[in-house]
Design a protein around this ligand. Structure first.
Ligand code: GLU
Length: 290
């Protein structure tokens, strides 16, 4: 059997905190215990929020923590052609449609629907896309595509689920409600997710799935906040004919008030902790690793 392949995949949109340290150290420990490899991927497709200084800081902070990864590092911004190709495969299956509404227009459409009853929300709590652009005539769609109007390319979720059928993934960690083992994917809970935008030929969901396959990742070890995103990832793997890795979602490191850590909270930032005299072994202790 070839050795397992793990990856740590931070976004350079802020400095790393204890939550990242836990995830990276867990990946490292599991790779060492299993004779596996650890890869590093920089998820920098959001050019408005990602900055070179944060990327440099990621390398510095991980090195300080004692984390070594196999080269080369994969930077998503350098691989847009790979994502475009995957998007074309989905388009060729008639599973992608453009939607032209602004965020404000979508909020208004959702409010109208909520006025006459409950409107579903995705696992992150955001209202589902109301599906209006699927009703456009082909003439109107062609006219808008030819105009200056910005648009998002969305997955037609009902059609995609019908094509893929029932899907499961192998969970070696634990979901937020204790899910473990073969977990049934529920991609429909996310509605018509955005796969790309006019200016960016990809999205988090699309690039993560393409990259995990191209990098030969066999074990995805990441935080429980991404547990239900795995439903969308399994669906895209199925539609694109990609292999499915095993998943291990881990507990989240929370702040003193029990909230999610943010990249701007100094108390849990690795740089601040280091400046305050913490050593790498102290970081392991702070996140509950031996
Ligand atoms: N880039 C994502 C993040 O920083 C992680 C993606 C993943 O592990 O699948 O939250």
């Amino acid at each position: 059997m070839p050795p397992p392949v793990f990856r740590f995949a931070p976004s350079p949109n802020g400095y790393l905190h204890l939550g990242h340290a836990f995830s990276a150290l867990l990946n490292l420990d599991l790779a060492r215990q299993t004779g596996g490899r650890l890869l590093l991927r920089i998820e920098d497709i959001d050019l408005t929020r990602c900055k070179p200084e944060f990327e440099t800081a990621i390398y510095e902070d991980l090195t300080w923590l004692g984390i070594a990864w196999d080269e080369p590092v994969r930077r998503q911004s350098e691989h847009l052609a790979d994502y475009r190709e995957a998007l074309e495969k989905l388009s060729a299956q008639n599973l992608v449609f453009p939607s032209f509404e602004t965020r404000a227009e979508i909020a208004k459409l959702v409010a109208q629907r909520e006025a006459s009853g409950r409107w579903p929300r995705d696992p992150d709590g955001a209202p589902l896309y109301p599906g209006t652009a699927k009703l456009l005539s082909s003439d109107e769609r062609a006219r808008l595509l030819g105009s200056d109007a910005p648009y998002a390319l969305r997955l037609d979720m009902a059609a995609a689920c019908a094509r893929a059928g029932d899907l499961f993934w192998a969970e070696h960690g634990e979901g937020p409600d204790g899910e473990i083992g073969a977990v049934a994917a529920r991609p429909e809970a996310w509605g018509d997710v955005v796969l790309a935008r006019k200016e960016t030929p990809t999205s988090y969901h699309l690039s993560v799935v393409v990259d995990d396959a191209l990098q030969g990742v066999t074990e995805v070890v990441r935080g429980q906040d991404l547990f239900w995103s795995t439903s969308v990832h399994r669906l895209l793997q199925q539609l694109l004919g990609l292999p499915q890795p095993a998943y291990r979602h881990h507990r989240l490191i929370l702040d003193a008030a029990g909230g999610k850590l943010s990249k701007s909270t100094e108390a849990t930032g690795l740089r601040e902790l280091r400046a305050g005299g913490a050593r790498p072994a102290d970081i392991r202790g702070l996140v509950g690793l031996p």
